[in-house]
Design a protein around this ligand. Structure first.
Ligand code: ADP
Ligand code: MG
Length: 705
């Protein structure tokens, strides 16, 4: 055991603290706590107003006076009776009776039958919960409890607000509170603030050490809020600062080619496009053109709902590159989508001199080798591909623009850029990221904060409304009868299932379900399958058959969620719809309503979880991608949406979005001012060190370290 009075309190391991047993240390570690610093950063999730320890008689009197149900109290008493009980058809109940010198209290634990095993008469326990009265008897329902240990030392100071900490089944909030209380005074003396005092005052925020003290030991609700505000701010501020530094590095130290944009180029491109652009498309094309006709590397996000026509916008930018004698590349998340893009683009560019190619992992070694040579010699102008484009051996002759179609997979922020033969280390291509599920405003300011955003907020003419219905599995037959009737009218449809092959899960699979439908509900219709395990040639053949109208119904996995564009397909059936994410459902639904006839989306599911019900309710409620994206954020929480794993950026632990949106805006403006004044953060070495520790690696800030 270590002497906890020495300096460097914050670095002491919690396992070296006097009251931390091995078991507790493991429990703490599972909460992410190994050092005293971690312990101090473990903030209360809420506070309980507390009356402190009471005798049973006092509790009785208080309840009598107040005549209210929810008075939180702590009572220490000795168990005299314990009765486990299952009652037929009712909730299980463990009943206990406890006494102190002043009276008796009755306790009910509902639905926690295991509690009976840990309790025995004569045991002294501390009960914490709300009081009520039943037939003259004082009682507590479902109180928290713990055994009162012999000669327990650290007593919690009685105060009004008691912190409740995130805990687990092996270490209680009370024990954590006691631990924090035992180190807090010394620990906060060592906390250094990375914000200059002037800034802190301007923001009306407490010093960092004070903020921790206020959070763990508030006297009033205001205290607790003020402490939390400061700590949340720091979290948001560090990320914003990282994003701004990154943006600054990119814009000020790197350069990209100037691409040509004038009336001649404009009209030459327009001649290739068989329709008139929407106003929104025109506007975003101008925004992009404005960026890429300068040497400041573009870093732009193009968002537009499914079917809003992002591809032609991308094509404009790529043709600007080609006209200026550079190459351009477009990356898609799946082979199917890459194939679709390639098809669209090469059709639009038929009979021109522009050379296009498709690079996916389906190429054989020889084809791949030839193509790579053509890319590096500059013979190919536009390359469409999957992330296979990012492999080492793909080197461009002179690439000026990369476009990533992430669809709804935001978070999978592709930070790698495509390579050029050039040995100018400061030359990079312009980048455009396209996404079909709009990124909620809150998120666009966080990890996407280094991107400029263009939005297509208008659909091309000729789109039809989509009706969405949630259907119970037992009524599936009605859905298929309707699909069959549409097929008889010459229309087509999709059926989406979660799996490719049968499995023990009981979920429907592409092959199994297609057979069932052929022989049952869809007897007489031509039903084919498409999924990720087919070769791309097989898949393309089936897709072509579907486009040509030779196939009535396509049974598929989510491979069809993006890029498939068949206006005659008017109905989509999604089996086990509760299994899919909100963005995914929205994408899938976007496969219909693409022609002159109205679309129908049938979601077959009986949702088993709260989240799933909410997702299905949201998708039935609205077809607006922006609303869906916000709802997704609410349901899943930003941690998930961040794609934290892929982006490598840790989700916030204290700040919460969208709740802390205002604070985020504040953090953003403070960070922006700071970077403008001091781009290398040399005014505060401590801030810089903390910034790099938190985000340096994920954001690739290495070069100013
Ligand atoms: P997304 O934004 O989902 O990628 P696409 O670029 O695939 O959308 O466009 C969807 C469909 O709409 C395509 O068939 C495309 O040719 C068509 N389209 C795009 N813009 C227009 C327009 N301005 N007028 C008519 N049709 C358009
Ligand atoms: Mg698209």
């Amino acid at each position: 055991m270590q002497d906890t009075s020495e300096k460097n309190m914050l670095r002491i391991l919690v396992s070296d603290l006097p009251t931390v047993t091995y078991k507790r240390a493991v429990a703490l570690r599972d909460l992410g706590i190994t050092t005293v610093a971690d312990l101090i950063k473990h903030l209360p999730m809420r506070y309980e107003t507390h009356h402190g320890n009471m005798t049973i008689q006092d509790a009785n009197t208080m309840l009598g006076e107040k005549d209210k149900m929810a008075e939180l109290v702590t009572i220490e008493a000795t168990l005299v009776k314990i009765k486990p009980g299952w009652r037929r058809g009712k909730r299980s109940r463990v009943e206990g009776t406890a006494e102190d010198e002043t009276g008796t209290i009755h306790i009910n634990w509902f639905n926690q039958p295991w509690i009976a095993k840990s309790l025995h008469p004569d045991m002294k326990i501390r009960l914490h919960g709300s009081l009520s009265r039943h037939n003259e008897t004082l009682q507590m329902n479902n109180p928290r409890w713990e055994e009162v240990e012999e000669n327990e030392q650290v007593e919690l100071v009685n105060r009004d607000l008691r912190p409740v900490y995130p805990s687990n089944d092996r270490i209680s909030s009370t024990v954590i509170a006691r631990l924090i209380e035992s180190v807090l005074d010394k620990a906060i003396l060592e906390i250094e603030d990375h914000l200059p005092e002037s800034l802190r005052q301007e923001l009306a925020m407490p010093e960092l050490a004070k903020a921790y003290a206020l959070s763990h030991r508030p006297k009033t609700e205001e205290d607790a809020k003020s402490g939390k505000r400061r700590i949340s701010f720091d979290e948001l501020f560090l990320l914003q600062l990282g994003v701004m530094v990154k943006r600054h590095q990119r814009r000020d130290t790197m350069h990209a080619p100037i691409l040509r944009w004038d009336n001649e180029v404009k009209s030459r491109i327009a001649a290739r496009i068989p329709f008139t652009l929407t106003e929104a498309q025109d506007r975003v094309i101008e925004e992009i053109a404005c960026d890429i006709s300068t040497t400041t590397p573009m870093n732009r996000l193009l968002q537009g709902d499914v079917g809003s026509g992002k591809t032609v916008v991308a094509l404009h930018a790529m043709l600007m590159a080609v006209t200026s004698n550079y190459q351009a590349a477009m990356m898609a998340p799946t082979e199917l989508l890459a194939e679709q893009h390639y098809l669209t683009i090469s059709q639009l560019l038929q009979d021109t001199n522009v050379k296009t190619a498709l690079l996916t992992s389906s190429l054989n070694t020889k084809e791949r080798k030839t193509l790579i040579e053509q890319i590096s010699s500059g013979e190919i102008d536009i390359v469409v591909g999957t992330h296979a484009l990012l492999t080492e051996d793909v080197v461009f002759s002179n690439i000026a623009l990369t476009i990533t179609d992430e669809q709804h997979r935001f978070g999978v922020h592709q930070r790698a850029t495509l390579r050029n033969k050039s040995d100018d280390d400061f030359a990079i291509p312009h980048t455009l990221v396209m996404t079909a599920t709009p990124i909620p405003r809150t998120l666009s300011l966080t990890i996407f904060g280094d991107l400029d955003v263009s939005t297509i907020n208008e659909m091309p003419p000729g789109r039809s409304p989509i009706t969405t219905k949630l259907v119970q599995p037992e009524d599936a037959q009605k859905v298929y009868a309707y699909l069959q009737s549409l097929v008889e009218l010459g229309q087509q449809g999709y059926v989406v299932v979660p799996l490719v092959e049968e499995s023990a899960s009981g979920l429907k699979s592409v092959t199994g379900h297609a057979n069932t439908l052929r022989e049952g509900h869809l007897l007489g219709s031509i039903v084919e399958v498409v999924h990720g395990r087919m070769t791309s040639a097989q898949r393309e053949e089936t897709m072509q058959g579907f486009r040509d109208g030779n196939i009535d119904v396509l049974v598929a996995t989510t491979v069809i969620e993006v890029g498939v564009d068949v206006p005659n397909a008017t109905m989509i059936v999604i089996e086990h719809a509760d299994r899919f994410g909100l963005a995914q459902l929205h994408q899938l639904r976007g496969r219909v309503g693409r022609g002159s006839k109205p679309g129908v989306c049938a979601l077959i599911a009986s949702p088993m979880t709260e989240d799933a019900s909410q997702r299905l309710a949201a998708i039935v409620d609205t077809t607006d991608g922006f609303v869906i994206a916000e709802r997704d954020l609410e349901i899943r929480g930003p941690g998930e949406l961040f794609g934290a794993k892929q982006s490598g950026i840790a989700p916030f632990t204290v700040a919460r979005l969208p709740r802390d949106f205002k604070l985020l805006r504040l953090a953003r403006s403070v960070a922006s001012d700071w970077v403008q004044r001091d781009p290398t953060i040399s005014e505060s070495p401590l801030l810089k060190a903390r910034l790099f520790r938190a985000h340096g690696q994920a954001l690739g800030l290495g070069d100013v370290a």
